[in-house]
Design a protein around this ligand. Sequence first.
Ligand SMILES: [Zn+2]
Length: 278
Amino acid sequence: MILAAAAVLAAVVSLPFLWQKPAEPYGGGVAEARFFDVGQGDAAMFLWADGAILIDAGTNASQYDLVGYIENLGIDEIDCAVFTHPHEDHIGGADCVLEEFDVGAVIMPDIVSDSITYASMTECIDEEGCPVYEAASGGVYKFGDVTLTVLSPAEEFGDANLDSAVVMIEYADVSFLFMADCEREAELAALEKMGKDAFDCDVIKIGHHGSYTSTSDELLAAATPDIAVISCGEDNEYGHPHRETMEKLEDLGIEIYRTDEDGTVVIATDGETVWRSK
Ligand SMILES: [Zn+2]
């Protein structure tokens, strides 16, 4: 089912970087990342004039909420869905999303799960008939004005969190880093392979719902984000986000938003700067 991304990569790599700053960024509007309130899970979407990329699909319990959020944005087509790893809090709504929307491509790591949620997702991917690309560090995908680069996994750890797909989305001069449930060990491996500059971003979706096992000092030193978003459920059983992570972000003066306190968080950009939108 997983297809090698080599063909796409060859096409991408051979293209010159054609993006030119428009007179009016984003056709007079802005692009935005939406971090949906899906309780204790992850679901985010990057939207711009010509497209939409979904990064994770929340939990089984939040699947109809997620579909509603996306429908309310007036979206029928999703250029690409990244399913970062097959845990239920990230792919719970994947089957519904694939059924309700026209999904152009799927990017996900080569991790198999024996869960019903995973089986339901793969069945819906098969029905969708879209290409499926294996997430591996160094993979680059172009969607009009947006470039998606896979930064991790850099090696195979045999653990779903460590093998999560970490992606950078770049739009003009700004970049959004989606850390999935990646943890320190995999962060360091990806930094080693991709280099620190590859992680430099304006906005970061904090890894693993703010767990202390993620967001290493090394990662933050490379990422230097202005804004951090934490996706977690109110009063969740894991105590996410952990105090250690919050203190690190606060000490660095990073603006922090949390879906458990702020609901769905929208970060907008004109291609030069980023700001919280409503
Ligand atoms: Zn998770």
